[in-house]
Design a protein around this ligand. Structure first.
Ligand code: NAP
Length: 311
């Protein structure tokens, strides 16, 4: 097999990718992961991951990444720090172009993740991991008896906000309009929860504090009045942006679409799988991303066996 030909090409180096690589490597399939920056993806911003099975005392995102990478490499996966610029399909062959070369493979696993959309307000970047979070399921339990602000009015804001009410004293949902877009069942649950307070027609102008978040400045869009709300946590759920730019018109008709798959994580194109946060209806959890990586890897192995039998 030539150096640039692989059984499996995995695009992205987060938990979904590393989990897939453990499975494909262990099945003795020649596997490469392309990662443009560093492995780990979004979990690198978590100082403590305490909902991943097997780590009852929690583990830092960086440490967990290191273990996952070691695990994938142990079974032979190669990791190349190259940015994928394009993907083309020619019959059963997929051609991946990176900033350093071209690679062929019958199987592609798309695991390039998504980035949470940011508010872009002062203090947001500064306090990530010190009060600002984009994952309630991950960080909610750290806010026991605290005041928390949740930004957004979609399903994520409301379901994550409701989860945080199990811990926080109060969850202030700040939304730029006076109606939510979340499913009615979630809205009803939120409206009847005594720990939920709504701040309508409002946006966050600034997140402030010293070492940790201590409050936000909220602007009412109807009368431009500003008020300070003391809080220890700010959870932002204003949508997320999947990393699909390198696909061009393949699978996605517009920038920012999430990719649809079947239950085997296979997309509309045979031999191309999508896992983790890039996938439509993803649960956006570390453990589900890892599970999806394993499913795609097993389905891909079966697909490769079929392809080899046809030759
Ligand atoms: P979403 O539905 O796109 O909602 C984004 C929310 O953020 C909207 O309320 C939007 O307000 C607001 N927003 C956007 N940009 C903003 C800004 N710059 N400043 C302030 N607010 C801003 O995103 P999502 O809630 O993450 O949901 C994504 C997908 O996952 C949806 O299809 C959803 O159904 C699905 N999901 C499902 C579940 C479930 O349990 N079934 C749970 C989570 C997510 P406007 O309405 O004014 O635009």
């Amino acid at each position: 097999m030539s150096n640039n030909v692989y059984d499996i090409v995995i695009i992205g180096g987060g938990p979904a990718a590393l989990s897939a690589a453990v499975y494909t490597g262990r099945a003795e399939l020649k596997t490469v992961i392309f990662e443009k920056k560093v492995t780990g993806g979004q979990i690198l911003t978590s100082t403590l991951v305490d909902n991943y099975p097997g780590f009852p005392d929690g583990i830092s995102g960086a440490e967990l990444t290191e273990l996952m990478e070691k695990h994938a490499k142990k079974f032979g996966a190669e990791i190349k720090y190259e940015e994928v610029l394009g993907l083309k399909v020619e019959g059963d062959t997929k051609i991946v172009t990176t900033d350093s070369g071209m690679y062929n493979s019958p199987i592609i696993i798309l695991a390039s993740g998504a980035d949470p959309r940011k508010l872009g307000v002062p203090g947001e970047d500064e306090f990530v991991g010190r009060g600002v979070s984009y994952c309630g399921t991950c960080d909610g339990p750290f806010y026991k008896d605290k005041d928390v602000v949740v930004v957004g009015g979609g399903d994520s804001a409301i379901t994550e906000g409701l989860f945080i009410t199990k811990f926080a004293k109060a969850v202030h949902i700040v939304h730029r309009r006076a109606e939510l877009t979340a499913a009615k069942i979630f809205q009803d649950e939120a409206r009847s929860n005594p720990r939920v307070r709504f701040v309508w027609n409002s946006v966050i102008e600034e997140i402030s504090g010293r070492d940790m978040v201590e409050g936000v400045t909220i602007k009412n869009l109807l009368n431009n009045e500003r008020k300070d709300l003391p809080c220890q946590g700010v959870f932002i759920f204003v949508g997320n942006i999947p990393n699909t730019g390198f696909l061009g018109n393949l699978l996605c008709v517009d920038q920012g679409c999430h990719i649809e798959t079947d239950e085997n994580m296979e997309t509309a194109i045979k031999g191309i799988y999508a896992v983790g946060d890039i996938r439509k209806n993803s649960y956006r959890q570390l453990v589900t991303a890892a599970g999806e990586g394993a499913i795609a890897a097993m389905a891909a192995e079966r697909e490769l066996t079929k392809l080899h039998a046809q030759k």
